[in-house]
Write a protein that binds this ligand. Structure first.
Ligand code: CA
Length: 230
């Protein structure tokens, strides 16, 4: 799949040279020649990486970076600093830039940094995928706390979420009420195991009933199990 790189650089000659080199390396790229235009393109497009010049008209690169990071902590940003300014580099990294390169630079060095950033990001992406728990058409992301079934987002309370995660982590296994209570409510919970039944009921109402295919099953006399097939 072709990777898209957004170049935000007001010196058009430099931007064009970078763009051509990127194309030659098999990337797709777009050029914005001001901070404002850069932000607009950033919001419209689907970018794998952003090259961001610090010295820009209208909005400077630091401000552009700050605004990008206020909504997107994920897309790698490489700063291009005109001067060998330690302040810019430190500020940039503090604001969430992944790397920087100082003008004038060799294109090979820039390409190497781009490759490194994209590689690191691919690893994060894989880790993120591994944080997903799944059963049938239900996916739960523990990091983002997104619960999605058949493409629909499901809102859960924190306790319901913890219960669902515990059931998913132990799917296909029959879990008794004490086990569930200890693992979801904690060792120090003093209360009736009935609370488990109550929360399983809440969970079923949100996760199972609207979708007709139950994932949570009652095992009579024992407890519950989450499995893909009845
Ligand atoms: Ca500039």
């Amino acid at each position: 799949m072709t990777q898209n790189i957004l170049i935000i650089e007001d010196e058009e000659k430099i931007a064009r040279v970078i763009s051509l080199e990127l194309e030659y390396e098999g990337y797709q790229s777009d050029i914005a020649t001001s901070g404002k235009e850069g932000l607009e393109l950033f919001q419209k497009g689907n970018w794998d990486l952003i090259l961001l010049d610090v010295m820009l008209p209208e909005l400077n690169g630091m401000e552009v970076l700050r605004r990008i990071r206020s909504t997107d902590t994920y897309t790698p940003v490489i700063l291009i600093t005109a001067r060998d300014s330690v302040v810019d580099k430190v500020n940039g990294l503090d604001q969430g830039a992944n790397d920087y390169i100082t003008k004038p630079f060799q294109i090979e060095e820039l390409l190497a940094r781009i490759r490194a950033c994209l590689r690191t990001n691919a690893i994060y992406q894989k880790e993120e995928e591994e944080e997903q728990l799944q059963a049938g058409d239900l996916t739960v992301n523990e990091k983002t706390r997104d619960v999605i079934r058949r493409g629909e987002a499901i809102e859960l309370t924190p306790r319901e979420f913890d219960l669902l995660v515990y059931l998913l982590r132990n799917k296909q296994q029959v879990l008794n009420r004490e086990q569930i209570l200890t693992n979801v409510w904690g060792f120090d919970y003093y209360g009736d195991t009935n609370v488990v039944d109550v929360y399983v009921r809440y969970l079923r109402r949100k996760v199972d009933y609207p979708f007709n295919t139950p994932l949570i099953h009652t095992v009579r006399g024992v407890g519950y199990t989450l499995k893909e097939q009845a």
